[in-house]
Design a protein around this ligand. Structure first.
Ligand code: PLP
Length: 394
């Protein structure tokens, strides 16, 4: 037997690969500062953990409705309506195990072979992986460092075609931390409003931002709600990555497709985690605010320190918890820089090229780690930098 041909079209996520390499070095006694994996380093807030324990004691241990518990869909609909200034009903909400299934199911439900999908490059590697898996055509749209890693709107306009079926937006963004300015979203909405396509707006980092205003959502703009799949979830906001709970807000005709895919794959998301999620949305938000304040402080300290190292340049990100450092001045390929930093400095980070061809020349550091560890990482990079910078002095 052999694997079906389509499996070869699926990519992996380099964060998980680098984690394995880093752990192997640690098993040999090396000390590694982990700046590769993209998850908050804080515990899940206690009110959420308590709610899960209570739910287990109360017997929330059985199958539930495929689309999600009605009370949670109600709560998510109210939350999204409030935070995005739109009117969303629980009928539009699909609760799924993690945010990834929102990507997976909505793309499975929408795309035919040959359809074109526009997506940010550098971007979350799963986008391209899913597009290729489905036989659709990936059309990367570069992000511009000079514009805080927002999309190049001219290229976006040029790449829209009669075959474009989906446009993926991600703000705040992985891997760059870029936030799409509200005026850009207005322009994008004007470009796509009258086209026969959907927008998948990945807003998983919606609460983790350092800008004065919360990042805008394209779903809030006139005529866009019925063309948008809004993706969000509990993983990043409430430090619940291992709980696997996310949701999509989408038009009802698409909910039908996603429900069918859910019933064929998962049946439903775990019932007790959904009960805990109710407490996440209804409970105090002080833990979220505390996390974001710490991320902001780490961002400032880490980016400032990185900018003092010759060969490294880092625009402080507007959101998420990633510093996407430009390393072109080192003269080395980003995959070599990432390997070098892991092997020589004991600092695990990700090669920017693993996020797409426009990520070449960068490495991604996650600053979801303690201030002490981030400062240690900078010291380690400083200590080896002379071996990294090209010898011809250019
Ligand atoms: N979208 C983006 C941009 C992400 O960075 C991630 C996780 O890293 C996800 C979606 C997936 O989130 P989840 O862990 O809830 O599936």
């Amino acid at each position: 037997m052999k694997l079906a041909e389509r499996i070869a079209r699926l990519d992996i996520e380099s964060a998980f690969d680098v984690l394995v390499k880093a752990r192997a070095l640690e098993a040999k006694g090396r000390s590694i500062v982990h700046l590769e994996i993209g998850e908050p380093d804080f515990p899940t807030p206690p009110n959420i953990v308590d709610a899960a324990k209570q739910a287990l004691d109360q017997g929330w241990t059985h199958y539930g409705p495929t689309q999600g518990l009605p009370e949670l869909r109600e709560s998510i609909a109210a939350y999204i309506s409030r935070t995005r200034s739109i009117s969303v009903s629980p009928r539009h909400v699909c609760v799924v195990p993690g945010a990834k299934p929102v990507l997976f199911f909505s793309m499975l439900a929408l795309l035919e072979p040959g359809d074109e999908v526009l997506y940010p490059d550098p971007g979350f590697p799963i986008y391209r992986s899913m597009i290729r898996y489905l036989g659709a055509t990936p059309v990367p749209v570069p992000l511009l460092e000079a514009r805080g890693f927002s999309l190049d709107l001219n290229i976006l306009r040029d790449k829209l075609s009669s075959r474009t079926r989906l446009l993926i937006l991600n703000s705040p963004q992985n891997p760059t931390g870029g936030v799409i300015p509200a005026e850009d979203l207005h322009e994008i909405a004007a470009m796509v409003r009258n086209r026969d396509l959907m927008v998948l707006s990945d807003e998983i980092y919606s609460r983790i931002y350092y800008t004065a205003e919360a990042p805008a959502s394209i779903a809030s703009l006139p005529g866009m709600l019925e063309k948008t799949i809004l993706l969000d979830g509990f993983s990043k906001t409430y430090s619940m990555t291992g709980w696997r709970l996310g949701y999509g807000v989408m038009p009802e005709w698409l909910v039908e497709g996603v429900n069918k895919l859910m019933v064929n794959s998962n049946s439903c998301a775990a019932s007790f985690t959904q009960r805990a999620a109710l407490s996440a949305l209804a409970g105090p938000q002080t833990a979220v605010e505390g996390m974001v304040n710490q991320f902001r402080q780490r961002r400032d300290v880490f980016c400032q320190a990185l900018n003092t190292i010759p060969g490294f340049r880092c625009v402080p990100p507007g959101g998420a918890f990633y510093a996407f450092a430009n390393i072109e001045e080192t003269g080395a390929a980003s995959t070599d820089v990432a390997d070098f930093l892991l092997e020589r400095a004991g600092v695990a980070c990700l090669n920017g090229g693993s996020f797409g061809e426009h990520g070449e020349g960068y490495v991604r550091f996650s600053f979801a780690n303690s201030l002490e560890n981030l400062q240690e990482a900078v010291r380690r990079i400083q200590a080896v930098r002379n071996d990294l910078i090209r010898k011809d002095g250019k």
